[in-house]
Design a protein around this ligand. Structure first.
Ligand code: PLP
Length: 400
């Protein structure tokens, strides 16, 4: 009998982390690699947030805190939800964990019985299905095709829901496509959810602040307040405030669920770092003006990447409203020959070709459940993105 549990055989290591690690390794070996795999902003955490953390250390905030968040941070989150989303959560309806990732994991472990189904629109963030599997649930995928801008169609959602459905997971703006739902589009989805009162709704709003042009972010409970009693609204400071390493995510939801999630956390990690919690409270309560400058920088990068990728032979790139990803189709490269004579048979082959031949690391679409596509993270400088796009265009030209 091996040492590893059977449940581990059901899951795979995160493919996005694997690509980032491979790019790092090749770089360390002296290869000229541009990494477009990582899902984190390239900006630095704002100074006022760092100062709040230093102050917390000096103050002696260096001990265990309440398992699922300090009162100060929970109150800051209550005010954030009220100010930015018009939601009226109480502190007892807030949960804080080590990143949005742990919030999701706690929620699945706290709620899934063996065989319970979780509806996941595809393409999806790589961790959703594996977390569901680890918690004993069954992921049910609903394809969101390129033709609808990778948006979930109401009739497809309706069809995917069964008596075993526990959760429907929504993620807008989305990782990996950047697709974001307008208030009206979200209402159509909520109309379906309203008709299935046994279904709970998990909305992962972690890219809330990264929306471009005239697009306005909306969340489920805002457009459908009647779903409040069965919705978990998930968010975090990682992406909005360039705080991926601080590991603070949070959620608002019905008290019984929040208590269940705290129970899971109390027997696993206990509280997230006391210092990070102080920093996150400062981020949520401090000046927010710098966010518009970041948003503008991301928007310019998105425009550049979309325009240039559409110059590449065999690629087609939509223009999404949010996050810092694009999800171009590489269907036009499938079946073509690489300079070494071998044929591109999948997005994985194409991604490997870009890495080995052009020195550009991207993540293949099969990791996200819709192929043949690949994901580019444009959270890097315009100069680097120009160079990466030039390399991709040239690599596509070398295919025959
Ligand atoms: N949700 C989505 C869609 C993400 O892309 C990520 C990170 O990549 C997370 C949640 C979790 O972020 P964190 O755990 O850093 O809060």
């Amino acid at each position: 009998m091996g040492v590893l549990a059977e449940s581990l055989a059901r899951i795979k290591p995160s493919p996005t982390i694997a690509v980032t690690d491979l790019a790092r390794k090749l770089k360390a070996e002296g290869r000229d690699i541009i990494g477009l795999g990582a899902g984190e902003p390239d900006f630095d955490t704002p100074d006022f947030v760092k100062e709040a953390a230093i102050e917390a250390i000096r103050r002696g905030d260096t001990k265990y805190t309440a398992v699922d968040g300090t009162p100060a941070l929970k109150n800051a989150i209550v005010r954030k939800f009220a100010r930015e989303n018009g939601l009226d959560y109480k502190a007892s309806e807030i949960s804080v964990a080590n990143g949005g990732k742990q919030v999701l994991y706690n929620a699945f472990v706290a709620t899934l019985n063996p065989g319970d189904e979780v509806v996941i629109p595809a393409p999806y963030w790589v961790s959703y299905p594996d977390m569901v599997l680890l918690a004993g649930g069954k992921p049910v995928f609903v394809t969101c095709p390129e033709q609808t801008g990778f948006k979930l169609r109401a009739e497809d959602l309706d069809e995917a829901i069964t008596p075993r459905t526990k959760w429907v997971l929504l993620n807008s703006p989305s990782n990996p496509t950047g697709t974001a739902y307008s208030a009206d589009e979200l209402k159509v989805i909520c109309d379906v959810l309203r008709r299935h009162p046994h279904v709970w709704v998990m909305t992962d709003d972690i890219y809330e602040h990264l929306v471009y042009g005239e697009f306005e972010f909306n969340t489920v409970v805002q457009v459908a307040p009647e779903l409040r009693d069965r919705t978990l609204t998930i968010n975090g400071v990682s992406k909005a405030y360039a705080m991926t390493g601080w590991r603070i995510g949070y959620a608002g939801g019905p008290e019984a669920l929040i208590k269940g999630m705290a129970k899971v956390q109390s027997q696993s990690t206990s509280n997230p770092s006391s210092i990070s919690q102080a920093a996150a409270a400062a981020a949520l309560e401090g000046p927010q003006q710098f966010l518009s400058a970041w948003r503008l920088a991301f928007q310019e990068r998105r425009d550049l990447v979309v325009e240039r990728l559409n110059e590449a032979r065999g690629l087609r790139c939509h223009k999404p409203d949010g996050a810092f990803y694009v999800y171009p189709s590489c269907a036009g490269t499938i079946g073509k020959r690489m300079p070494d004579g071998s044929v591109i048979g999948s997005s994985e082959d194409f991604a490997r070709y870009l890495l080995e031949d052009a020195g550009v690391a991207v993540v293949h679409g099969s990791a996200f459940g819709l192929d043949p596509f690949f994901r580019i993270s444009y959270a890097t400088s315009k100069e680097v993105l120009q160079e990466a796009c030039t390399r991709i265009i040239q690599a596509c030209d070398r295919l025959s």
